[in-house]
Design a protein around this ligand. Structure first.
Ligand code: COA
Length: 156
Protein backbone atom coordinates (compact mmCIF):
# COMPACT_ATOMS: atom_id res chain seq x y z
CA UNK A 1 0.00 0.00 0.00
CA UNK A 2 1.39 3.42 -0.91
CA UNK A 3 0.56 7.00 -1.79
CA UNK A 4 2.21 9.05 -4.55
CA UNK A 5 1.63 12.31 -6.42
CA UNK A 6 -0.78 11.71 -9.29
CA UNK A 7 0.43 11.80 -12.88
CA UNK A 8 -1.21 12.04 -16.32
CA UNK A 9 -1.77 8.28 -16.39
CA UNK A 10 -4.17 8.62 -13.45
CA UNK A 11 -6.62 10.88 -15.31
CA UNK A 12 -9.19 8.17 -16.02
CA UNK A 13 -9.17 6.70 -12.48
CA UNK A 14 -9.34 10.13 -10.89
CA UNK A 15 -12.28 11.09 -13.14
CA UNK A 16 -14.11 7.89 -12.19
CA UNK A 17 -13.52 8.45 -8.46
CA UNK A 18 -14.73 12.04 -8.61
CA UNK A 19 -17.82 11.02 -10.58
CA UNK A 20 -18.57 8.33 -8.00
CA UNK A 21 -18.19 10.96 -5.27
CA UNK A 22 -20.53 13.34 -7.12
CA UNK A 23 -23.09 10.52 -7.43
CA UNK A 24 -23.08 10.18 -3.64
CA UNK A 25 -24.15 13.81 -3.54
CA UNK A 26 -26.81 13.63 -6.24
CA UNK A 27 -29.51 13.96 -3.59
CA UNK A 28 -28.41 17.54 -2.78
CA UNK A 29 -31.56 19.54 -3.35
CA UNK A 30 -30.40 22.01 -6.00
CA UNK A 31 -28.65 19.43 -8.22
CA UNK A 32 -30.23 17.75 -11.23
CA UNK A 33 -27.66 15.03 -11.77
CA UNK A 34 -24.29 14.91 -13.46
CA UNK A 35 -23.43 17.08 -16.44
CA UNK A 36 -23.04 14.88 -19.57
CA UNK A 37 -19.49 16.19 -20.04
CA UNK A 38 -18.52 15.67 -16.38
CA UNK A 39 -15.85 13.01 -17.04
CA UNK A 40 -14.04 14.99 -19.71
CA UNK A 41 -14.28 18.18 -17.65
CA UNK A 42 -12.75 16.45 -14.64
CA UNK A 43 -9.93 15.02 -16.77
CA UNK A 44 -9.24 18.52 -18.10
CA UNK A 45 -9.31 20.07 -14.59
CA UNK A 46 -7.04 17.28 -13.32
CA UNK A 47 -4.45 17.71 -16.12
CA UNK A 48 -4.40 21.46 -15.42
CA UNK A 49 -3.95 20.84 -11.68
CA UNK A 50 -0.81 18.81 -12.43
CA UNK A 51 0.78 21.91 -13.97
CA UNK A 52 -0.07 24.30 -11.09
CA UNK A 53 1.95 24.90 -7.94
CA UNK A 54 -1.11 25.84 -5.88
CA UNK A 55 -2.68 22.41 -6.37
CA UNK A 56 -1.64 18.85 -5.67
CA UNK A 57 -3.35 15.54 -6.24
CA UNK A 58 -2.29 12.37 -4.45
CA UNK A 59 -3.40 8.85 -5.29
CA UNK A 60 -3.34 5.67 -3.22
CA UNK A 61 -2.25 2.34 -4.65
CA UNK A 62 -2.23 -1.25 -3.51
CA UNK A 63 0.50 -3.69 -4.46
CA UNK A 64 -1.94 -6.20 -5.97
CA UNK A 65 -4.22 -3.71 -7.78
CA UNK A 66 -3.49 -2.11 -11.15
CA UNK A 67 -3.84 1.66 -10.93
CA UNK A 68 -5.03 4.01 -8.25
CA UNK A 69 -7.56 2.93 -5.61
CA UNK A 70 -8.23 6.40 -4.19
CA UNK A 71 -7.61 10.11 -4.52
CA UNK A 72 -7.22 13.31 -2.51
CA UNK A 73 -7.02 16.79 -4.03
CA UNK A 74 -5.50 19.91 -2.42
CA UNK A 75 -5.86 23.56 -3.38
CA UNK A 76 -3.97 26.21 -1.44
CA UNK A 77 -4.93 29.85 -1.35
CA UNK A 78 -4.14 33.07 0.50
CA UNK A 79 -6.83 34.95 2.33
CA UNK A 80 -6.78 38.69 1.69
CA UNK A 81 -8.61 39.41 4.93
CA UNK A 82 -8.01 37.04 7.80
CA UNK A 83 -5.27 35.11 9.53
CA UNK A 84 -3.99 32.52 9.13
CA UNK A 85 -3.48 33.84 5.65
CA UNK A 86 -2.19 30.69 4.00
CA UNK A 87 -4.86 28.01 3.86
CA UNK A 88 -5.77 24.98 1.83
CA UNK A 89 -8.94 23.21 0.87
CA UNK A 90 -8.83 19.40 0.78
CA UNK A 91 -11.41 18.08 -1.66
CA UNK A 92 -12.51 15.10 -3.75
CA UNK A 93 -11.36 12.55 -1.17
CA UNK A 94 -12.51 9.13 -2.35
CA UNK A 95 -11.45 5.52 -1.86
CA UNK A 96 -12.76 2.73 -4.08
CA UNK A 97 -15.30 0.74 -2.00
CA UNK A 98 -13.34 -2.53 -2.41
CA UNK A 99 -10.32 -0.92 -0.77
CA UNK A 100 -11.81 0.89 2.22
CA UNK A 101 -10.84 0.48 5.89
CA UNK A 102 -7.24 -0.32 4.98
CA UNK A 103 -5.82 3.05 5.93
CA UNK A 104 -5.69 4.55 2.42
CA UNK A 105 -7.40 7.80 3.36
CA UNK A 106 -5.28 8.13 6.49
CA UNK A 107 -2.15 7.74 4.33
CA UNK A 108 -3.46 10.18 1.71
CA UNK A 109 -4.16 12.78 4.39
CA UNK A 110 -0.71 12.28 5.93
CA UNK A 111 0.88 12.85 2.49
CA UNK A 112 -1.37 15.85 1.87
CA UNK A 113 -0.45 17.41 5.21
CA UNK A 114 3.26 16.83 4.54
CA UNK A 115 2.80 18.72 1.24
CA UNK A 116 0.98 21.51 3.11
CA UNK A 117 3.82 21.81 5.62
CA UNK A 118 6.38 21.98 2.79
CA UNK A 119 4.38 24.88 1.37
CA UNK A 120 3.98 26.66 4.75
CA UNK A 121 0.22 26.25 4.76
CA UNK A 122 -1.15 26.92 8.23
CA UNK A 123 -4.74 25.72 8.05
CA UNK A 124 -6.42 22.86 6.19
CA UNK A 125 -10.16 22.96 5.61
CA UNK A 126 -12.68 20.66 4.00
CA UNK A 127 -16.41 20.45 3.44
CA UNK A 128 -18.06 17.21 4.49
CA UNK A 129 -21.76 16.43 4.37
CA UNK A 130 -22.71 16.10 8.08
CA UNK A 131 -24.79 13.03 7.18
CA UNK A 132 -21.73 11.26 5.79
CA UNK A 133 -20.91 9.21 8.86
CA UNK A 134 -17.89 7.31 7.45
CA UNK A 135 -16.32 10.48 6.23
CA UNK A 136 -16.97 12.41 9.45
CA UNK A 137 -15.52 9.54 11.50
CA UNK A 138 -12.49 9.35 9.23
CA UNK A 139 -11.62 13.03 9.36
CA UNK A 140 -12.39 13.38 13.07
CA UNK A 141 -10.01 10.47 13.70
CA UNK A 142 -7.36 12.41 11.75
CA UNK A 143 -7.73 15.52 13.90
CA UNK A 144 -10.17 17.59 11.83
CA UNK A 145 -12.74 19.45 13.90
CA UNK A 146 -16.06 20.97 12.94
CA UNK A 147 -15.94 24.75 12.64
CA UNK A 148 -19.15 26.19 11.21
CA UNK A 149 -19.86 24.49 7.91
CA UNK A 150 -16.36 23.11 7.46
CA UNK A 151 -13.86 20.78 9.07
CA UNK A 152 -10.53 22.34 9.97
CA UNK A 153 -7.10 21.37 11.20
CA UNK A 154 -4.14 23.56 12.08
CA UNK A 155 -1.05 22.43 10.16
CA UNK A 156 2.50 22.64 11.38
C1 COA B 1 -14.56 8.24 3.96
C2 COA B 1 -13.52 7.44 3.18
C3 COA B 1 -12.70 8.39 2.32
C4 COA B 1 -12.60 6.70 4.17
O1 COA B 1 -11.53 6.08 3.45
P1 COA B 1 -10.78 4.79 4.02
O2 COA B 1 -9.54 4.58 3.22
O3 COA B 1 -11.73 3.64 4.10
O4 COA B 1 -10.40 5.27 5.50
P2 COA B 1 -9.21 4.67 6.39
O5 COA B 1 -9.12 3.19 6.19
O6 COA B 1 -7.99 5.47 6.17
O7 COA B 1 -9.81 4.94 7.85
C5 COA B 1 -9.14 5.74 8.81
C6 COA B 1 -10.03 5.80 10.05
O8 COA B 1 -11.24 6.51 9.76
C7 COA B 1 -12.34 5.91 10.46
N1 COA B 1 -13.28 5.31 9.50
C8 COA B 1 -13.09 5.07 8.17
N2 COA B 1 -14.19 4.56 7.60
C9 COA B 1 -15.12 4.46 8.58
C10 COA B 1 -16.45 3.99 8.63
N3 COA B 1 -17.06 3.50 7.53
N4 COA B 1 -17.09 4.03 9.81
C11 COA B 1 -16.49 4.49 10.95
N5 COA B 1 -15.21 4.95 10.97
C12 COA B 1 -14.54 4.94 9.80
C13 COA B 1 -11.72 4.84 11.35
O9 COA B 1 -11.35 5.47 12.57
C14 COA B 1 -10.50 4.45 10.56
O10 COA B 1 -9.49 3.86 11.32
P3 COA B 1 -9.56 2.25 11.63
O11 COA B 1 -9.89 1.55 10.34
O12 COA B 1 -8.19 1.95 12.16
O13 COA B 1 -10.67 2.09 12.64
C15 COA B 1 -14.21 6.36 2.29
O14 COA B 1 -15.16 5.65 3.06
C16 COA B 1 -14.89 6.94 1.07
O15 COA B 1 -14.28 7.10 0.02
N6 COA B 1 -16.19 7.23 1.20
C17 COA B 1 -16.97 7.76 0.08
C18 COA B 1 -16.51 9.12 -0.36
C19 COA B 1 -16.56 10.17 0.71
O16 COA B 1 -17.48 10.19 1.51
N7 COA B 1 -15.55 11.02 0.70
C20 COA B 1 -15.44 12.13 1.59
C21 COA B 1 -15.41 13.35 0.80
S1 COA B 1 -16.11 14.70 1.62
Amino acid sequence: MSVRPANEGDAESVAQFIIALARLREHVHFQRGLHPAAASRIREMFLKALTRDDQAVFVAEEDDAAGAVGVQWITRQRSLLVLPEHRAMLSHGYIDPAHRRRGHMRTLIEASEAWLRQHDVELATMLVDPGNHASMQTFHSLGYVQDGVSLRKRIG
